[in-house]
Design a protein around this ligand. Structure first.
Ligand code: FPP
Length: 246
């Protein structure tokens, strides 16, 4: 079996995006409440963050709470928000120690106040870190981002700041909340589900997709290494033919 040592550090994805899925099922298997799964998912968050930073992956985006997750039972939403606050508070020193900058994408104004404050503080504190950027997608969905970007572009057009001819791929890209980051070369989803669930739809146009049956709370560095090794075997053609790459 191939291991971390087999990873070609010269051919790493710069940006990995992860749909962390399976917390609820993991807890159910153990006869526990869903939040037990979320709590145990924090260990996996730590593992992948550390694993990416160790290798030299520059950006890691984690889908922590989607726009659609607001439809979950109130008790689960509250517990998840409390867990986020607690985790951010607890992990800020580790982020500093590892040179990791924390950022967030999503409709932050919909988050509870303590969550917004904790997030703001951690983002401010870690903003000079350069080893890796950890982006939490919170109250995020790709369609939300695309709708907002469209509104922004239409407003600029109405105000006479841009013309129809200015609307192109670059303009849309630069209006999305993800504009600061390179598009992920690799997207991972855990728990054996084969869906994108409204995550980074624009940005994954040419991403390699990797699905694993491992439930998120069980996800470890070795699983991340396996995904990267698989990515390194793929031929990324971007619409061209294999021969054009020889
Ligand atoms: C999906 O599993 C997971 C979530 C909606 C939340 C992810 C949150 C964490 C891992 C906790 C802390 C995160 C950070 C970034 C500090 P699910 O509930 O949909 O599982 P299921 O599909 O088995 O029901």
């Amino acid at each position: 079996m191939k291991t971390k040592e087999d990873i070609n550090l010269g051919h790493l994805p710069q940006h990995i995006a992860i749909i962390m899925d399976g917390n609820g099922r993991w807890a159910k298997e153990k006869g526990k409440f869903r939040i037990f799964g979320h709590k145990n998912g924090v260990k996996a968050v730590r593992e992948v963050s550390e694993g990416c930073a160790e290798l030299g992956v520059k950006y890691l985006t984690l889908y922590a709470f989607s726009t659609e997750n607001w439809n979950r039972p109130k008790v689960e939403i509250n517990a998840l928000m409390a867990l986020l606050v607690k985790t951010i508070k607890k992990e800020t020193s580790t982020l500093m120690k590892n040179g990791i900058r924390l950022e967030a994408i999503g409709d932050k104004k919909t988050l509870p106040e303590d969550c917004r404050n904790e997030l703001k503080e951690a983002i401010e504190l870690t903003k000079e870190n350069t080893k890796m950027t950890l982006i939490l997608a919170l109250s995020y969905s790709a369609k939300w981002d695309i709708v907002n970007a469209t509104r922004d572009i239409v407003k600029r057009a109405i105000d006479g700041k841009i013309a129809l001819k200015d609307v192109n791929e670059n303009l849309i890209n630069n209006t999305l909340t993800t504009h600061k980051y390179p598009h992920p070369e690799l997207m991972i989803r855990t728990s054996g589900e084969y869906r994108i669930s409204n995550f980074l739809l624009w940005e994954i146009a040419y991403s390699e997709l990797y699905f694993t049956n491992v439930l998120w709370p069980d996800y470890r560095k070795e699983d991340l290494h396996e995904a990267i090794l698989d990515y390194q075997k793929r031929e990324r053609r971007f619409g061209k033919t294999s021969e054009q790459f020889i």
